[in-house]
Design a protein around this ligand. Sequence first.
Ligand SMILES: Cc1ncc(COP(=O)(O)O)c(C=O)c1O
Length: 379
Amino acid sequence: MNRLEVESAFDVLVKARALERAGRSVIHLEIGEPDFGTPLNIVEAGKRALDEGWTHYGPPQGLLELREVIARHVSRTHAIDVGPQHVSVVPGGKPIIFFPMLALLEPGDEVLYPDPGFPIYRSMIQFLGARPVAIPLLEEDGFSFDLDFLRKAIGPRTRMLILNSPQNPTGGVIPELQIREIAEIVRDRDLVVLSDEIYSRIYYTSEPPFSIASIPGMLEKTIILDGFSKAYAMTGWRLGYGIMPEWLVDAVNKLMVNSNSCAATFTQKAAMEALTGPQTDVENMVAEFRRRRDAFCAALKEIPGFRCTVPGGAFYAFANVSKTGQSSGDLADFLLQEAGVACLDGASFGQHGEGYLRFSYANSIENLMEATRRIKTVL
Ligand SMILES: Cc1ncc(COP(=O)(O)O)c(C=O)c1O
């Protein structure tokens, strides 16, 4: 248990709530979820499913009709050919990190993962006795992989490579050219790529983020992680999915039977409406995130000692604060205590995150502007 880590976002949220209970005003820029409600057509579909009696166990792999919808969606968005037999429906995106790693990793295996990156990757790798090998992300390249480092880090024990684009915590999007280079590096290796695409719908680049699974020959060694939490503001519904080779689907099925039995069935019915119904709410949400991103990054840059690369996706700004002369951990604490602005220390996403703060801009423009005013004042 000591090898498992937690997410600092939840810890900071607890601290911030304690301050609020003591009468302080806190602007929450720590937690990574859309501030929008789930689109109403999806909520209605969920209610309808409950009324229709979708309150029983379902198949461990997920309802066939949902898996068909997901397979069509992924085939279209990735220009690949996947069927329902390649889809595992699970409670949230996280199990697609947990289960394939449980299935694939042996003690001593190596996993290459982005640093700074989603803390659960390293936590799970360590938990399984495998060795986490951090690949630094470079701010000067829009926070994409240091490819030279990747080439050197890959070895005979490398079992898995984790990609995450658009990325948490940096908001970086790995350019197609780089993904193609990564594919060439790993193509002939006996390893699996975990492509975490949970933010795939939230991007501000002209083209959608490119997936390594779209490159001929890569699908058979790639797990695509995606879900409904971020794109459809459904974090509390707990529904995600993985696209993977059938042999790995079998393993995930076994782990589902032993842990969850299945994802909630009425939630799966609602998810069908999410993928097949109108997409205007998603488009409006992303347009609003873009407006906030532009305003917030511009305001962050005005704070002495702060620098901010404008992110290409997700809803995070990863501000470089190294010029403030304080460690990012001390600064995050100071801003919470003195300014009532909750944000996350970049170092909680890995050692290469030191000197950065992660701000989630899933909050109103007014709150975002007030947060930057408060930070300026206390600094
Ligand atoms: C990069 C990344 N992957 C996966 C997840 C997990 O998503 P879910 O809430 O659907 O389990 C998150 C959530 O914050 C994330 O940031």
